[in-house]
Design a protein around this ligand. Structure first.
Ligand SMILES: Nc1ncnc2c1ncn2[C@@H]1O[C@H](COP(=O)(O)OP(=O)(O)O)[C@@H](O)[C@H]1O
Ligand SMILES: CC(=O)OP(=O)(O)O
Ligand SMILES: [Mg+2]
Length: 413
């Protein structure tokens, strides 16, 4: 029996798991995704070679660990895919861990690396806590399987010092590890490889502005295959607004919003401590704070249902365009392509249209017909540019689970 590899991607609004045959490149067997974790009802998308289907979920799976357990049981109990039924054949479980602190590459989890990850959990409690809980349960339930942690922050190891440093007292900054880390790096690594291949260029010669726009949204400037700036910071709160995250605001705002900004949020638990300010800016802001919905498909429509829906759309377009202008300058206009990715970047033609129109003066544009047709089904990269000249406008169907499986095999552990 061939060995298998499982990739687990616990995001802010979804958990996605994929089983692969352990081969180079890894070949997918089954993929199960649960979305709507922050806004019930949750829905399950289940895909294998015989086709895709959507399934209703009757249990309330409102945390990533609950969703992971449900998805795993769903795959393991599928009699049609005998390849994954036997957990003895599972060689690796790859885990997406958003914050990797100073780690610059993926690592195998053992007692010592696990404890180190627990120590840096406080840097991003809202993100790392769930991933660590999933890792803990895998180590306990499947003790013979090797667990590999892949970090969103690792891709940004190349950020220049003047970009990653905050202008604050450097003694405090060093002691408390306060700097820009950046996230969505597993996705950026997949996109860089796929786009460089599509353009027929070596990664080392490729310059891109890439948007990963999903429930969490960020943007990255890639120069000669390396991240030179990105919009998220110490935590995934900085930069662009997200489904429930404010993105950049004046930091003083929190003290005017609530008198109790530094108090413990009622959402804190014995194991996970978060302040009221963190809770408000991470969970109660973004387009949910503006409109009440976390679903961007209800906001990116021709006729928005309320003025606040239109405002939310305009804010997102404005903030994205601002970063594109900034990164265009940092790349000195030497740009091969502008890339849209992530749940929203890949699916919302309206968002792509509005952003490319706003940035039209930089020499790239989207063809309205190609843009409305969107990403081609089985192809990672689709070109939606208007002309053959200038930087390409691309959609990339990013795949963090694949990237983790691919990189695990590449690491040759
Ligand atoms: N057709 C669409 N138009 C606009 N937004 C969409 C569309 N389809 C899905 N989305 C949005 O994509 C987001 C989820 O993106 P995804 O990258 O999967 O999120 P995450 O990984 O952060 O959980 C949700 O906000 C959802 O509403
Ligand atoms: C880093 C981050 O925001 O991740 P996600 O978009 O998956 O929530
Ligand atoms: Mg995601």
């Amino acid at each position: 029996m061939a060995k298998t590899i499982l990739s687990v991607n616990a995001g802010s609004s979804s958990v996605k798991i994929t089983f692969y045959e352990l081969a180079n490149p890894p070949s997918p067997i089954v993929d199960a995704q649960l979305s709507g974790i922050t806004s019930p009802p949750q829905s399950l998308k289940y895909s294998k070679s015989s086709g895709d289907k959507k399934e209703k979920v009757s249990e309330n799976l409102d945390t990533p660990p609950k969703a992971f357990k449900y998805l795993l049981d769903r795959c393991l109990s599928d009699a049609e895919i005998s390849e994954v039924a036997n957990v003895q054949d599972l060689a690796y479980i790859c885990h997406r861990v958003v914050h990797g602190g100073d780690y610059t590459d993926a690592i195998e989890i053992n007692d010592s690396t696990y404890h180190h990850l627990e120590e840096i959990e406080d840097l991003a409690p809202l993100h790392n806590f769930s991933a660590l809980e999933i890792i803990r349960s895998c180590r306990k339930e499947l003790p013979n399987v090797r667990n590999i942690a892949h970090f969103d922050s690792a891709f940004h190891r190349s950020l220049p010092e003047h970009v990653r440093t905050y202008p604050i007292d450097q003694e405090v900054a060093k002691k408390n590890k306060l700097r820009k880390y950046g996230f969505h790096g597993i996705s950026y690594a997949f996109i860089l490889r796929s786009v460089a291949e599509f353009l027929g260029k070596p990664k080392e010669d490729t310059n891109l502005i890439v948007m990963h726009i999903g429930s969490g949204a960020s943007i990255c400037a890639i120069k000669n295959g390396k991240s030179i700036d990105t919009s998220m910071g110490l935590t995934p709160l900085a930069g662009l607004p997200g489904a429930t995250r404010s993105g950049d605001i004046d930091p003083s705002l929190v003290f005017h919003y609530t008198n109790d900004a530094s108090g413990l949020s009622p959402a804190s638990t014995k194991e996970m401590h978060i302040s009221t300010a963190e809770e408000i800016l991470n969970k109660k802001s973004g387009w949910k704070g503006l409109t009440g919905t976390t679903d961007f498909a209800q906001i990116a429509v021709e006729n928005p249902p309320t003025a606040n829906h239109k405002l939310a759309f305009d804010i997102v377009v404005d903030r994205i365009s601002g970063f594109i202008g900034n990164y265009f300058v940092k790349l000195q206009g030497q740009l091969d392509a502008v890339v849209f990715a992530g749940g929203i970047g890949e699916k919302s033609s309206l968002l792509r249209q509005a952003v490319t129109r706003q940035c039209n003066c930089l020499g790239f544009d989207a063809d309205s017909e190609k843009n409305s047709q969107g990403a081609k089904n089985d192809e990672p990269v689709t070109d939606i540019s208007t002309s053959d000249k200038g930087p390409r406008t691309l959609i990339c169907q990013t795949d963090e689970q694949f990237e983790m499986a691919y990189h695990t095999i590449e690491m040759n552990l």
